[in-house]
Design a protein. Structure first.
Ligand SMILES: NC(=O)c1ccc[n+]([C@@H]2O[C@H](COP(=O)([O-])OP(=O)(O)OC[C@H]3O[C@@H](n4cnc5c(N)ncnc54)[C@H](OP(=O)(O)O)[C@@H]3O)[C@@H](O)[C@H]2O)c1
Length: 199
C-alpha cells in the first residue's frame, strides 16, 4: 500500500507490526514519531473476521480475533495516549462494524469484539475526549468487498478437533441487520481516497 500511495504522489512509510504484541506496537509508534514527529492520528483498523457457529467451538479462531480486534486496539491506544494527553490534541479512530450493533449469523465472537470496540470508544470519548481535547471516533461499515473473505485463513487439517473451520471463510450472504433503520444489505466497494484526481 505504501508503494501505491507513493506511486500516486503521496508520502508513506510502512513497518511490519503484529498488533497483538505490545512491544511491536510501541516500536511502530516510536518509528512513526521518528519519521514524521508525534503521532496525531491513530486509525485502529487491523482486524480479523472469522465466521463460525457456536457449535463449531472454534476456540483458536476466537482467541485470534480477541488478540487482534481487542488487544491490538488497546495496545495502540495505550501507545499513543500519553503523547496525545500531554499535547492535548490528537485523533483516535476505531474501526467498528455494523456487527457491533447487531450480530449477524455465524459471527458471534466477531460481533462481540466490535461491541467491545463500541464500548471503549464511548469510554475514551467520555474520559479523554472532552477533558483532554482528543477526538475519538468510530466507523461502523457494513459488508465491504476488501477481499478479506478470500484472504481468510485456510482450514488446516492439523487443527485440534475442538477447532472447526466450518463456515470460516463463508460469511452470511448478507448481514442480519434487519432493523428498519438499517439500509438494505449489500456489499460495498472500498474507496481509494489517496488517488489524486487528474482533472
Ligand atoms: N470489509 C468489511 O466488510 C468490514 C465490515 C465492517 C468492519 N470492518 C473492519 O474494518 C477493518 C479492516 O477490515 P478489512 O475488510 O480491510 O479486512 P482485511 O482486508 O482482512 O484487512 C485486515 C488487515 O488487518 C491486518 N492484520 C490482521 N491481523 C493483524 C495483526 N496481528 N497485526 C497487524 N495487522 C494485522 C491485515 O494484515 P495482513 O494482510 O498483513 O495480514 C490486514 O491488513 C477491520 O477492523 C474489520 O473488522 C470490515
Amino acid at each position: 500500500m505504501a508503494t501505491e500511495i507513493r506511486g500516486a504522489g503521496g508520502t508513506a512509510t510502512a513497518r511490519v507490526t503484529d498488533v497483538t504484541r505490545m512491544d511491536e506496537v510501541e516500536g511502530l509508534i516510536e518509528f512513526a514519531a521518528g519519521e514524521y514527529g508525534p503521532v496525531d492520528h491513530l486509525v485502529n483498523n487491523a482486524g480479523l473476521m472469522v465466521f463460525s457457529k457456536w457449535s463449531d467451538r472454534a476456540v483458536d479462531d476466537w482467541d485470534k480475533m480477541i488478540d487482534t480486534n481487542l488487544r491490538g486496539y488497546l495496545h495502540a491506544i495505550s501507545a499513543v495516549l500519553p503523547g496525545m494527553i500531554a499535547r492535548r490534541s490528537g485523533h483516535i479512530l476505531n474501526l467498528g462494524a455494523v456487527a457491533g450493533t447487531r450480530v449477524g449469523g455465524a459471527s458471534g465472537v466477531y460481533g462481540a469484539t466490535k461491541f467491545f470496540i463500541r464500548g471503549i470508544t464511548d469510554s475514551l470519548h467520555q474520559e479523554v475526549g472532552v477533558t483532554h481535547g482528543i477526538q475519538v471516533s468510530m466507523i461502523s461499515p457494513g459488508v465491504i468487498d476488501t477481499g478479506w473473505a478470500r484472504r481468510s485463513p485456510t482450514p488446516r487439517a492439523s487443527r485440534s478437533p475442538r477447532t472447526s473451520t466450518r463456515a470460516r471463510s463463508t460469511p452470511p450472504a448478507s448481514p442480519s441487520t434487519t432493523s428498519s433503520s438499517t439500509p438494505p444489505a449489500r456489499t460495498g466497494e472500498p474507496a481509494r481516497p489517496w488517488k489524486r484526481s487528474t482533472s
